[in-house]
Design a protein around this ligand. Structure first.
Ligand SMILES: NC(=O)c1ccc[n+]([C@@H]2O[C@H](COP(=O)([O-])OP(=O)(O)OC[C@H]3O[C@@H](n4cnc5c(N)ncnc54)[C@H](OP(=O)(O)O)[C@@H]3O)[C@@H](O)[C@H]2O)c1
Length: 273
């Protein structure tokens, strides 16, 4: 039995992964904002006779304090974490700041993943083959806005997700340097277009595009079929990346270790304020 923690586990790809692992006999803890969706997961687990293996934590992961509460809660209820799946995201067409004054996409899509990757490392280290699966967008080539990481000057919702994907690539690239003796395998995974709820707040033009993507995108089941091999047979390397199940090269400037160290330093400084 493995123990899987899944952010964004209340919906879409995350929820489907939660169901697969529950059926396999694993312990699954999902995280999301919706109490109703969380209860639906717990109900389905009870129907399966797996209520004791299913957990739901309601948290707004765009808030730093909520991430800290989550990894403290996980450490309290789960002795070991075998797999951490990072899959929470929320699109906003209009730039919005959290009550902590951070751009919301930066806070949820990047900073939460930074906090959870590093914060849950001690729980992961106790597992036989620990894995972090960061479901984001490796392979993106948009430049990092080093002097404007929270996109104050020029914000476009889809661009913010692309930018967040690049920050996650550097998070993965820098993870090994921060945990030099770790056995954790950090996997970056781009699922391609998948027909999910695409949670978010969209302007009219983007809403029309998203409606089209829901029609043309692959099914969640197809996407899970591409993700599961990475969790069942993770690459031996400490960092790997995939696009729709195909391995991509991480020995490129987009995963540059010096840039990763630079981002790590900036992020730590931001968290100290
Ligand atoms: N679908 C695609 O085409 C696509 C393409 C590229 C990459 N991806 C990546 O794949 C992952 C999963 O995407 P998806 O399409 O399956 O997602 P989705 O169906 O839109 O679901 C988003 C999930 O994020 C959670 N979430 C949103 N805001 C949150 C917050 N503030 N705090 C905590 N949880 C929050 C939602 O939980 P609640 O509803 O309970 O709040 C939900 O479980 C994401 O990382 C995404 O970037 C997806």
């Amino acid at each position: 039995m493995r123990t899987i923690v899944i952010t964004g586990g209340t919906d879409g790809i995350g929820r489907a992964l939660a169901d697969v692992h529950l059926h396999r006999g694993d312990a699954v803890l999902i995280v999301g904002q919706s109490a109703e969706k969380g209860e639906r997961f717990l109900d389905s687990a009870r129907e399966l006779g797996a209520g004791d293996r299913a957990h739901f934590v309601r948290a707004d992961l765009s808030l730093i304090g909520e991430n800290i509460r989550l990894f403290e809660e996980v450490a309290r209820v789960l002795p070991t974490v075998d797999v951490l799946v990072l899959g929470a995201r929320y699109h906003r067409s209009v730039r919005t700041e959290t009550p902590e004054g951070l751009e919301s996409n930066f806070a949820l899509f990047y900073l939460s993943r930074f906090l959870l990757s590093h914060g849950l490392a001690p729980s992961l280290e106790r597992a036989a083959t620990p894995i972090v699966l960061n479901v984001a967008g490796p392979g993106g080539t948009s430049p990092i806005q080093w002097d404007d990481l929270q996109l104050r000057r020029h914000y476009v919702g889809t661009g913010a997700l692309g930018h967040g994907g690049r920050l996650n690539d550097l998070l993965g690239a820098g993870f090994a340097a921060v945990h030099p003796d770790s056995r954790i395998r950090y996997i970056l995974f781009h699922p391609g277009v998948v027909s999910t709820s695409f949670s978010g707040e969209y302007d009219q033009a983007t809403a029309a595009q998203v409606a089209g993507l829901k029609v043309t995108g692959k099914t969640v089941a197809q996407s899970i079929g591409q993700i599961l091999p990475c969790l069942d047979r993770p690459p031996a390397e400490r960092l790997s990346a995939f696009t729709e199940g195909r391995r991509i090269d991480v020995d490129t400037p987009y995963f540059d270790r010096d840039e990763a160290a630079r981002l790590h330093e900036i992020t730590e400084k931001l968290l100290r304020v």
